[in-house]
Design a protein around this ligand. Structure first.
Ligand code: AR6
Length: 186
């Protein structure tokens, strides 16, 4: 098996353009769509995604659910609900649970490649440095104990967020290139 560092990649851009086995959605507890990456995923996947989400009946913060990817290049969507940042000790526990539960679903469904956005680091106001540390730790822990997913991509939508992740992965991970889609914000 590849070493841990070969299994984590960085991508700057729109997660909805990635042709991976699953992209992770930073959803809310209703699972009925919203703004940010959630809105982008629903727009790109089409109305069939919302119909499948309706049938799920919501998702508590920290848990995860899996659906089809419909019109996305990704085969599946893993929906997870990050915490709204409050500064309490519960925030990192819930955020880590999002990553752990999403990865557990990916493993259970035999998925080889999974892309994560910076869950909670937008509308939910989690400081990206702190959110990144939680994400990297949870992913490293999961990969150390499981063959699947083989690859985890962190998809960052701004250069600032990308720089924070690049600094947290000191070995200089592979930067995913050549994916079609809209240009990332500067
Ligand atoms: N690709 C990759 N990353 C993205 C994209 C994209 N297309 N669009 C935004 N981001 P947010 P949250 C980044 O607000 O903080 C929704 O309304 C964004 O720059 O999408 O978990 C839900 O329905 C940020 O770094 O999610 C919930 O109500 C990261 O994705 C609420 O927002 C997460 O930002 C969830 O808030």
């Amino acid at each position: 098996m590849c070493s841990l560092k070969d299994r984590i990649e960085l991508f700057l851009g729109d997660i909805t353009t990635l042709a991976v086995d699953a992209i992770v959605n930073a959803a809310n507890e209703s699972l009925l769509g919203g703004g940010g990456v959630d809105g982008a995923i629903h727009r790109a996947a089409g109305p069939e995604l919302l119909a499948e989400c309706r049938a799920l009946g919501g998702c508590p913060t920290g848990e995860a659910r899996i659906t089809g990817g419909y019109r996305l290049p990704a085969r599946r969507v893993i929906h997870t609900v990050g915490p709204v940042y409050t500064g309490s000790a519960r925030d990192p526990e819930l955020l880590a649970a999002c990553y752990r539960n999403s990865l557990a679903l990916a493993t259970a469904h035999g998925l080889a490649s999974v892309a994560f956005p910076a869950i909670s680091c937008g509308v939910y106001r989690y400081p990206v440095e702190e959110g990144c540390a939680v994400a990297v730790e949870a992913v490293r822990e999961h990969l150390a104990g499981h063959h699947l997913p083989e690859r985890v991509l962190f998809a960052l939508f701004s250069r600032r967020h990308y720089a924070v992740y690049a600094a947290a992965l000191p070995w200089g991970p592979t930067a995913v290139q050549g994916v079609r889609g809209r240009r990332p914000r500067a």
